[in-house]
Design a protein around this ligand. Structure first.
Ligand code: URA
Length: 231
């Protein structure tokens, strides 16, 4: 990275302010005065402005994973394989899954180092989460209506409600919910007298699982996907 860009990012300056400051001789890189705005420098270099160390703000990282069945959504092993095993060692530092998918649930799992972004995604009532649900029994219109109206969940005073339910075939529905309560979709199906045989997440907050990702594969999110979550 060029020195003027580094200075702008680390000190919250515009590029032209950063250039003027470098030209004025107030900046030292690795112990030597540096007046060249194009001098290369990178995170980890010692850059001083008026004797004060300038540190680049941490750049957060954002990924999507096509979660395989059989892995728990945790950063701690605890006897089971975790979703972190799908990520390369060098990327795991500071990385956390966004919310949880059950061990047997497959599909879109987001991971990030950005706690505030993760919290915004997990806030109930804000972002839709779309699941393809394979059912044990045929889906009836009564079940569909019950999910849309809200069903009483076992051991929970708050009903579970779907934002939309689309029948894909006799035993398969696409269901959108906007919260991440424990086993929500499985409990909603049980409350309507059915049973989930397989659960696959297709989308979160408008971010769709990339069809190019095989099971267990991951990729970085695009800038537009990161921004889709809002601030
Ligand atoms: N609802 C569930 O029941 N399980 C999941 O993994 C996600 C949503």
């Amino acid at each position: 990275m060029r020195l003027d860009k580094y200075l702008a990012a680390a000190a919250g300056l515009t590029r032209s302010q950063a250039r003027r400051i470098v030209h004025s001789g107030r900046v030292f890189v690795a112990g030597a005065r540096q007046k060249d705005i194009g001098a290369p420098c990178q995170p980890g270099d010692e850059v001083l402005l008026d004797g004060e160390l300038l540190v680049l703000p941490a750049k957060h990282r954002y990924y999507m994973l096509n979660k395989p069945a059989g892995l728990i959504t945790s950063t701690q092993e605890g006897g089971y394989g975790t979703v972190m095993s799908c990520m390369p060692d060098k990327l795991r530092e500071g990385l956390m899954p966004v919310g949880r998918l059950d061990k047997e649930t497959t599909g879109l799992l987001l991971l990030t180092t950005d706690g505030a972004w993760s919290q915004r995604l997990r806030k109930p009532g804000v972002h839709g989460k779309v699941y393809r649900v394979t059912l044990d029994q045929p889906c009836t219109e009564a079940m569909r209506q019950a999910w849309l109206m809200g069903v009483v969940l076992h051991g929970d005073e708050h009903p579970g409600r779907a934002l939309s339910v689309e029948c894909l075939s006799s035993h398969e529905v696409r269901m959108t919910v906007d919260e991440g309560r424990y086993h929500l979709v499985r409990r909603m199906c049980a409350a309507a007298g059915n049973h989930v045989k397989a659960l696959h997440r297709e989308q979160v907050a408008g971010i769709g699982l990339d069809a190019a990702l095989s099971v267990g594969e991951w990729r970085e999110l695009s800038e537009a996907e990161v921004q889709a979550v809002g601030s």
